[in-house]
Design a protein around this ligand. Structure first.
Ligand code: AMP
Ligand code: GLY
Length: 428
């Protein structure tokens, strides 16, 4: 079997790496891929951007690819699954309609209201309703959360401590900071608690949850500073007990899928729920994503023993219900992001990275995120550069080994958060 993974981040490197462990997979292609997928055995990068649907279709036909797995949200929101399926190609991922659950926060709020899924109280305003949006902020008071409706690469959410900050965020959004993604905003009640990411495989009907994970979105230690795509992660999240997972399935996932079915939305792929667990143990949905999480995937997949290709095919062919239970390696996984100085603001690209082999020799899995291979050298090519990942019996061991491997990595101005996993490490 030949599989094509679409995307170029750490998530896609992890997907390609795990797919290659499936006995039936002989080769994986990644479009466009990164420096890590470029050098992996039985893996080949294809120089195609994620929105080049025609090019992707041609590559599938030319190379006899059996399955396409979509990593990022952008091509999903643009309808890549509908396009490839119309051309007779098997694709893992939801249709353009289903992908709206991530691509439009107001649409997702509508789904949650309709399906009675617990979430923060919110109101939606379009850019001709600025005064009404301000009045709503004044009435609700701060702290309050302002979210651009559309895709904004993880940067569209402002957790405003004051009413003025919220109003400034609305103004910026309406003034075009996020392009059309910000022409509409969702203004939402501020929630406190602990965040977890629960990802589930969906075949249109059956929901099969993966291990729960936690990531660290803020760039700074102690969860301070601006939000990023994620600075590190671990799994399984101990906060999600089997009882809580059952509640999450009953109160969040099942209602979405039941509603989708009644609306004739054929959702196949991953549904990711970003959840706030309140101190009372109540569950509230912060967001849905229509894809694997990044960096959550980098800690979930190393623990997965069931062949990933089997799971993806079962989703595509609507037969998740007939699979035996998922098999997981005992123990835990941890991942620390090594980033380029300046991220999530502007940062340099093109610096040579040293120490990857030494990190691997310590037993770490080095998933590449923002890297590229040029003239035989691995160079930085993004803000989040590497995901240094380990598995171990305990979180203390997993993080000790991950940070030992992180310390091998060198490039100018590289940095990481030293406190990833502080909730589960005994040293904190
Ligand atoms: P989202 O993309 O909607 O998940 O938001 C990004 C991040 O903003 C989340 O991971 C939370 O840390 C934070 N956030 C979003 N919504 C809320 C909320 N209602 N209350 C508190 N924090 C929030
Ligand atoms: N780690 C957050 C995300 O994938 O959206």
């Amino acid at each position: 079997m030949k599989v094509l993974v679409i995307g170029n981040g750490g998530r896609e490197h992890a997907l390609a790496w795990k797919l290659l462990q499936s006995p039936q997979v002989e080769q994986v292609f990644v479009a466009p891929g990164n420096g890590g997928t470029a050098v992996m055995e039985r893996c080949q990068n294809l120089p195609l951007s994620v929105d080049n649907f025609d090019g992707i279709k041609e590559a599938v036909w030319e190379r006899g690819i059996d399955l396409v797995a979509i990593g990022p949200e952008l091509p999903l929101a643009m309808g890549i699954v509908d396009y490839l399926e119309q051309n007779g190609i098997a694709v893992f991922g939801p249709s353009q309609t289903g992908a709206q659950i991530e691509a439009s926060k107001s649409w997702a709020k509508g789904i949650m209201r309709e399906a009675k899924i617990p979430t923060a109280t919110a109101a939606v305003f379009t850019d001709d309703e600025f005064d009404a949006a301000v009045a709503y902020v004044r009435k609700q008071g701060a702290p309050i959360v302002v979210k651009a409706d559309g895709l904004a690469a993880g940067k569209g959410v402002t957790v405003a401590k004051t009413e003025e900050e919220a109003i400034a965020a609305i103004k910026e959004s309406f003034n075009g900071k996020f392009g059309i993604a910000g022409e509409c905003v969702v203004i939402e009640e501020f929630l406190t608690g602990e965040e977890v990411s629960v990802l589930a495989l969906i075949d249109g009907e059956t929901v099969l949850p993966l291990l729960p994970a936690q990531d660290h979105k803020a760039v700074g230690e102690g969860d301070t500073g601006p939000n990023t795509g994620g600075m590190g992660a671990y799994a399984p999240a101990p906060l999600v007990t089997p009882e809580l997972m059952e509640q999450i399935l009953q109160k969040v996932f099942q209602p979405v899928i039941t509603l989708f079915r009644s609306w004739k939305i054929d959702y196949r792929g991953v549904l990711y729920a970003g959840l706030m667990i309140l101190p009372s143990n109540e569950i509230k949905v912060l967001e849905f994503n229509c894809r694997f999480g990044d960096p959550e995937t980098q800690v979930i997949l190393p623990l997965l023993e069931t062949p990933l290709a089997d799971l993806m095919l079962a989703c595509v062919q609507r037969r998740l219900a007939s699979l035996p239970p998922l098999r997981w390696q005992p123990g835990v996984a941890a991942s620390v992001v090594v980033a380029a100085g300046g991220y999530p603001g502007s940062y340099r690209k093109g610096d040579a990275i040293a120490g990857i082999e030494r990190a691997e020799a310590l037993g770490a899995i080095v998933f590449h995120a923002g890297t590229k291979l040029q003239d035989g050298l691995v160079l930085t090519d993004g803000g989040r550069v590497l995901n240094i990942t380990t598995t171990a019996p305990t979180f203390d061991e997993a993080f000790a080994r991950a940070y030992a491997a992180v310390d091998c990595i060198q490039f100018p101005d590289c940095f990481c958060r030293r406190d990833i996993g502080y909730r589960v490490r005994s040293a904190f």
